[in-house]
Design a binder for this molecule. Structure first.
Ligand code: 6R9
Length: 651
């Protein structure tokens, strides 16, 4: 690592053209936090409001009077801001470029005018199907233009969308439909990933057989691959049959800034995934502003974020941020290694992509294939690279900059969360020199701090837990249907502050270095998996008495899933059972939660009060048996020896 420079100045040619250049950051940041009301009032002018807000920030993190409201007397419609207002100046500009899974299938360019019409037609269809303001609509689609159309059509009529990632299982769909009592589901016959068909409609069918999903009245099915599906009348309707004949204008619903825009489920340290709720005004202000500043957006950029719309990155930085800014955004249906490991770079050349935003796990997987697949492409159109989802190790950062970016482009490492709505800590590319592995400095108006275990704010160089001292417009407003869980999860650990769940270090230059989750959340390839969810899936098996799940370092995925399983007395350990358990987790949650390793555990290390000591299990999973620390408080220290003996030793 010593050969990686500790700091990379902003490339001169980039700085020269950047909207926010050398020396501007400190001044603008100081201004943004000195008078947040004035600052965020001014930023809000970037949107078209039906009624301009006069109340800007109305927030208290104090548990006795807890509330978070931004722009509370403002009114606007998110789809109008993403579409209608661009029609006069950018009607014929490409809003979305669709690049299909199969490189030989035709790509599509959808203009703002076309996208507007498609959104309006679906909005009308949804209204005809009885969807009203405040109703919930579940979206379970592949990475196709209709996914963005579906989100924006909901926004247009004031329905709250809940996008479920296409890799999730029927069980996970059912959980999410049940939790928010969805009225309608929008899906497709199948998705395509690396030429493999994903049976989306069949998964929805299976989900809707599960109890508690009876609220769903209609399933709209997009014809995508043409694969055979089972249509159950009158519930199931073909999307084209219902939508295509609709008028291509649709009266937008006038929304209060604090009316919900969407719910997105995310894993936490306990229980089932929680429905993170974002509202309309603050969220849209924040994602459009961060998208413009962090990516130094220019009118003629072709911007590509490789995330799936099923994650927050897809919501904020494929759909809402870029479209609110009138940008051209690329949607890619496929995977980085199909037909081969050069695909990303070929797509960049094909569509002349200028800004590329991906995840460290993808960078590491591509880096492992060597420089060849990259070097055989030009990538001359690129001017900025971004990373998101997990800590990026300096080696991967440098490969990204030097090989993908030919050493000439700025790299921004952007830290944020589903809960934060948008980018919180990131270089402003024309203004902040980068340090590989550091997300660098807070975005305008964002006030991070590092606290010790007692919640004492640490100054200067420090390491501890990452909190936010004050609100920002993109902050989540609640856990859908469970205000108390929202407060308990984020505001109880350190009273008066938002707790991120991440550990963090700040260096002498004031740069922030995220060290990873400090709670029981595992970050697998940038996807959050709660250990409790995997444990529940394992103990559902009749032969399993108990399970404990921890993360361990993984070369490509960042973290892998390591499960300790104790069988019911008398049951036999076997390879077949191990496979069955892996399959069980996949079908309960989805392939992203697949355990990398299952270790049979005759017993688990517990305190005398019966608490599993995960610290010890983590060290064993990390193959660091000499760092177990104090085991004297265990009820039965001998279980540790047997776990250590049988641990997985990486080759
Ligand atoms: C946007 C997104 C959030 C968690 C977060 C943190 C990790 C995200 C990161 C990063 C280090 C970065 N994370 N970006 N860690 N550096 N640049 O990923 O949202 O899926 O909710 O995950 O991901 O641990 O707490 P989400």
């Amino acid at each position: 690592m010593s050969d990686i420079p500790a700091i990379y100045p902003v490339p001169e040619d980039f700085a020269a053209k950047a909207a926010i250049g050398h020396g501007d950051y400190e001044r603008l940041y100081a201004h943004s936090v000195r008078d947040p009301d004035a600052f965020w009032a001014q930023v809000a002018e970037r949107l078209d409001w039906d009624r301009k807000p006069t109340r800007i920030r109305d927030v208290s993190f104090d548990l006795k009077d807890f509330h978070i409201r931004w722009y509370a007397d403002g009114e606007l419609n998110a789809s109008v801001n993403c579409l209608d207002r661009h029609l006069t100046t950018r009607g014929d500009k490409t809003a979305l470029v669709f690049e299909p899974d199969d490189p030989d299938a035709p790509a599509q360019n959808v203009t703002y005018r076309e996208l507007h019409a498609r959104v309006c037609r679906l909005g009308n269809a949804l209204r005809n199907l009885g969807v009203r303001k405040g109703d919930r609509v579940t979206i379970y689609l592949p990475m196709i233009v209709d996914a963005a159309v579906a989100m924006l059509a909901c926004a247009r009529i004031g329905a709250i969308h809940s996008v479920v990632f296409g890799g999730f299982s029927p069980n996970s769909i059912a959980d999410r439909v049940r939790d928010c009592r969805s009225k309608l589901v929008i899906t497709a016959d199948e998705g395509l990933r690396g030429s493999k068909a994903i049976p989306l409609k069949a998964n929805v069918d299976a989900a809707l057989k599960m109890p508690g999903t009876e609220t769903v009245e209609t399933v709209l099915v997009v014809r995508h691959t043409g694969g055979a599906v089972d249509m159950q009348m009158p519930r199931d309707r073909w999307f084209d049959a219902v939508v295509d004949s609709q008028p291509d204008t649709c009266e937008p619903e006038r929304m209060n800034a604090e009316d919900p825009l969407f719910i997105l489920y995310t894993s936490g340290s306990t229980g089932k995934p929680k429905g993170v709720l974002h509202t309309t005004g603050g969220y849209l202000v924040f994602v459009s502003y961060t998208h413009e500043c962090a990516f130094d957006l220019k009118e003629d950029d072709v911007y590509w974020c490789t995330a799936d719309v099923g994650w927050v990155t897809g919501h904020s930085y494929i759909v809402y941020g870029p479209l609110a800014n009138g940008a051209t955004a690329l949607m890619f249906e496929g995977v980085p290694n199909y037909p081969d490991f050069s695909r990303f770079w070929q797509v960049i050349d094909k569509h002349k992509v200028t800004i590329f935003y991906t995840a460290p796990t993808a960078i590491r997987a591509l880096m492992r294939e060597g420089d060849g697949p990259v070097r055989k492409t030009s990538r001359a159109s690129l001017r900025l690279l971004g990373s998101v989802g997990e800590p990026i190790n300096p080696e991967a950062w440098r490969w990204y900059r030097d090989v993908v970016g030919d050493g000439r482009l700025p790299v921004i490492d952007t830290w944020w969360q589903t809960e934060t709505g948008g980018i919180m800590i990131s270089p402003i590319p024309g203004a902040i020199p980068a340090k590989p592995g550091s997300a660098t400095k807070p975005f305008f108006g964002v006030q991070p701090a590092i606290v010790d275990a007692n919640g004492v704010v640490l100054e200067g160089e420090a390491e501890g837990n990452l909190v936010m001292l004050d609100s920002w417009p993109g902050q989540m407003r609640t856990v859908y249907g469970d205000d108390q869980r929202f407060i308990d999860t984020y505001f109880k650990t350190y009273p008066g502050m938002y707790f991120s769940g991440d550990g963090c270090r700040r260096d002498a230059d004031g740069y922030y270095w995220i060290t990873g989750r400090v709670d029981d959340v595992i970050n697998v390839s940038g996807h959050r998996i709660g250990t409790a969810e995997v444990e529940s899936a394992l103990v559902l098996h009749p032969k399993v008495a108990e399970a404990a799940v921890v993360g361990f370092p993984h070369d490509i995925k960042g973290q892998g899933i390591y499960a300790y399983v104790t069988l019911v007395a008398g049951e036999q350990e076997s390879e077949a059972l191990r496979k069955e358990l892996v399959q069980q987790v996949r079908s309960e949650i989805g392939p992203t939660a697949t355990p990398d390793y299952i270790q049979w555990a005759p017993g688990l290390p517990k305190t005398r009060s019966g608490k599993i000591m995960r610290r010890i299990l983590r060290k064993i999973a990390e193959n660091a048996p000499d760092q177990l620390g104090d085991t004297s408080t265990l009820a039965d220290p001998s279980v540790v020896d047997s776990l250590v003996r049988q641990r997985r030793v990486p080759d």
